[in-house]
Design a protein around this ligand. Structure first.
Ligand code: NAG
Ligand code: NAG
Ligand code: NAG
Ligand code: NAG
Ligand code: NAG
Ligand code: NAG
Length: 581
């Protein structure tokens, strides 16, 4: 049904590519309005909105990443996938493999819902590699009564380099949740396993206990027979249900990842990530081996203050240890910001953020993330500027690359911080509100400065990435925003001004860096060397129209900002994103 509908719409939209008309009015110098019969709004079904190097299947719906792993020279990405349409439904485990995390080969789905333990759904799960090199996956199923239960699956043939076929364990489901305070429809998304000092395997599973968010803890000797530990790994009364927990060890200031199935070194910290409120939040703390429980370094009762993996459109992320390059890699799901009918018209919905290396800052206060180096293999035509100076009101056009498919690295150096305005801690409760109130056209002491991207000739459409610097006691707080409010003239889009704050030692590092990966409808930005990440989705009319889009560096703060270095590259198209017939 959904499929037929999608096909009909696609056919309709591709034959009449312009579906609505729009007048655009702009104020001219004399204060009166000029209304032009503007470029009509082309169909959302434009191929130009498909990403060129972010992972997305050739068509249809995708959500949570599942069971990422590196095994025998191959990276595996499984994903919640609807083989029949661009809306959520009929979920199977899609499967893709890669040798470089950039170019992917799409395989047949690994599993579908066809056993008593998953007859009503095969949802999210994680992979673990057991000693002796046995990959094993534990995932959530919906059983005949629609309870959430956990199941095991194993590759059918470990000699098949792509591990194409998977077998479900005979004793599925291996875990059910019953008992007072529990809710069997709130029990899902098991983590990768780790080994405790007693040599037993452990996993955590997202749940709601007495209405509060919890990561339930389970132990097993053989990964098949699991027993619940009588206390959770961690729980908090600051929120309800936690989805997609991720639990891993990190060494402060060390970007080499740690393998959870080996002994965790002295001095390591642990991170618990959970998905809630449409974003991925995390806590840094210690894994107390005596209590067999996680203990955050700082307990924040107000969950609006919890740190986020990404301050934009990013959910259900999962990390894994990459034994090839000894690093931890994380990837998450970024949904569309258009309407469901737009998704049906496009025939696809959902992408993954670029795989990022993830590690702990040397002060152990926050995680840092950076796109995996492999992505640089797509860099083509390069441009380079040095020694720019941006005074208040300056707009410097960055030319010579494909502004719709680019990797941009820019350093902003402050000439002074004397005019930095005082920081108000209450802003931390709602950084998006602050981004809306203190947008790129609101002049400040230090900032706003940053990049304007995907801008149409007349600037009617543009997306802004900007920073502001505030003084807070001994340190500085940096606001970073990804403001989509003017990103498109298209109706019915979700266009927030995403944002967050990070602490910065401006005495030590006078430069604030911004790296932005522009990939048609995806804009993924890394501020302050990976201290704050924001991925967003934009659908400018100019892009679908194949009109030129522009990119500028700007400053609207009273303090002059230098740009000692600006490099940008056009990005080539990765393999998976080449649409097949
Ligand atoms: C397992 O995969 C290998 C490599 O593809 C193949 O040679 C072998 O025949 C397969 N074994 C079975 C039982 O299918
Ligand atoms: C269990 O969770 C489901 C889904 O959130 C909810 O609809 C239901 O009311 C809950 N049941 C109880 C007993 O709390
Ligand atoms: C499962 O593990 C528990 C606890 O270790 C043990 O008591 C039980 O006998 C095991 N069951 C099976 C079927 O191995
Ligand atoms: C929530 O938990 C904290 C301990 O983490 C406790 O101090 C507080 O009283 C609890 N609040 C409620 C409403 O239960
Ligand atoms: C997906 O997109 C919509 C806006 O289009 C947003 O409201 C929603 O919260 C997003 N995230 C998730 C995890 O569904
Ligand atoms: C800078 O501020 C001016 C005046 O408010 C505004 O017109 C302009 O659009 C701003 N620049 C950017 C890049 O937003």
């Amino acid at each position: 049904m959904a499929q037929a509908w999608a096909f009909f719409l696609l056919a309709l939209f591709s034959f009449s590519s312009y579906v609505s008309k729009l007048f655009v009015c702009s104020r001219n110098g004399e204060g009166s309005f000029l209304c032009a019969r503007s470029p009509q709004v082309p169909s959302i079904a434009s191929e130009r909105y498909r990403t060129a190097y972010h992972f997305q299947p050739p068509k249809n719906w995708m959500n949570d990443p599942n069971g990422p792993m590196y095994y025998n020279g191959i990276y595996h990405s499984f994903y919640q996938y609807n083989p029949h349409g661009a809306l959520w439904g009929d979920i199977v485990w899609g499967h893709a493999v890669s040798t470089d995390l950039v170019n992917w080969i799409i395989l047949e789905p690994a599993i579908e819902r066809d056993t008593p333990g998953d007859i009503n759904g095969c949802w999210t799960g994680s992979a673990t590699i057991l000693p002796g090199g046995q990959p094993i996956v534990i995932y959530t199923g919906g059983d005949a009564e629609n309870h959430q239960v956990q199941n095991i699956m194993l590759p059918k043939n470990r000699s098949d380099p792509y591990l194409r076929e998977w077998t479900k364990a005979g004793n599925n489901p291996v875990l059910q949740l019953v008992g007072p305070g529990f809710n069997s429809s709130q029990f899902r998304d098991p983590t990768t396993g780790w080994i405790g000092p007693d040599g037993l395997w452990r996993i955590a599973i997202g749940a709601e206990v007495n209405g509060y968010g919890a990561a339930l803890l389970y132990k097993s000797e053989d990964f098949l027979n699991w027993t619940r530990v009588d206390h959770p790994l961690y729980s908090s009364n600051a929120s309800g249900m936690w989805e997609c927990p991720d639990f891993f060890a990190v060494l402060p200031g060390n970007n080499g990842g740690l393998d959870l199935s080996t002994v965790i070194p002295e001095g390591a910290k642990h991170v618990l990530k959970v998905s809630l409120d449409q974003c991925d939040k995390y806590m840094i703390g210690v894994y107390d081996l005596k209590r067999d429980a996680f203990s955050p370094d700082t307990v924040l009762d107000d969950r609006r203050l919890w740190l986020k993996i990404d301050y934009g459109n990013y959910y259900a992320s999962k990390s894994f240890f990459d034994s090839k390059n000894s690093r931890r890699i994380i990837w998450g799901w970024t949904n569309e910001s258009d309407s469901s009918s737009d998704d049906v018209a496009k025939g696809w919905a959902g992408i993954y953020a670029i795989p990022r290396a993830i590690w702990l800052d040397s002060d152990a206060k926050q995680l840092l993330q950076w796109p995996v180096d492999e992505i640089e293999s797509l860099r083509g035509n390069e441009i380079n500027h040095q020694g720019l100076e941006l005074n208040k009101g300056d707009l410097f056009e960055i030319k010579g690359i494909d502004t719709t498919q680019a990797d941009v690295e820019i350093d902003f150096e402050l000439t002074s911080t004397d005019d930095a305005e005082p920081f108000d801690p209450s802003w931390l409760l709602d950084a998006e509100k602050h981004c809306r109130e203190a947008g790129a056209s609101v002049h400040g002491g230090v900032g706003p400065f940053g990049l304007v991207i995907l801008a149409s000739d007349d600037m009617e459409e543009h997306t802004v990435l900007h920073f502001r610097v505030y003084k807070s006691q001994q340190k500085y707080m940096i606001l970073m925003c990804s403001d989509l409010r003017r990103s498109s003239l298209r109706p019915e889009l979700y266009t927030p001004a995403y944002g967050g704050f990070f602490e910065f030692d401006l005495e030590k590092e006078r430069k604030i860096s911004l790296r932005t990966l522009i990939d048609r409808s995806a804009v993924e930005s890394f501020g302050g060397g990976g201290r704050l990440c924001i991925i967003a989705r934009v659908y400018p009319v100019a892009l679908a129209d194949e009109r030129r889009t522009h990119m500028y560096a700007f400053n609207n703060g009273s303090t002059t900002v230098k740009v000692p270095q600006l490099k940008a590259w056009s990005m080539m198209t990765a393999q998976v994103n080449v649409k097949k017939g």
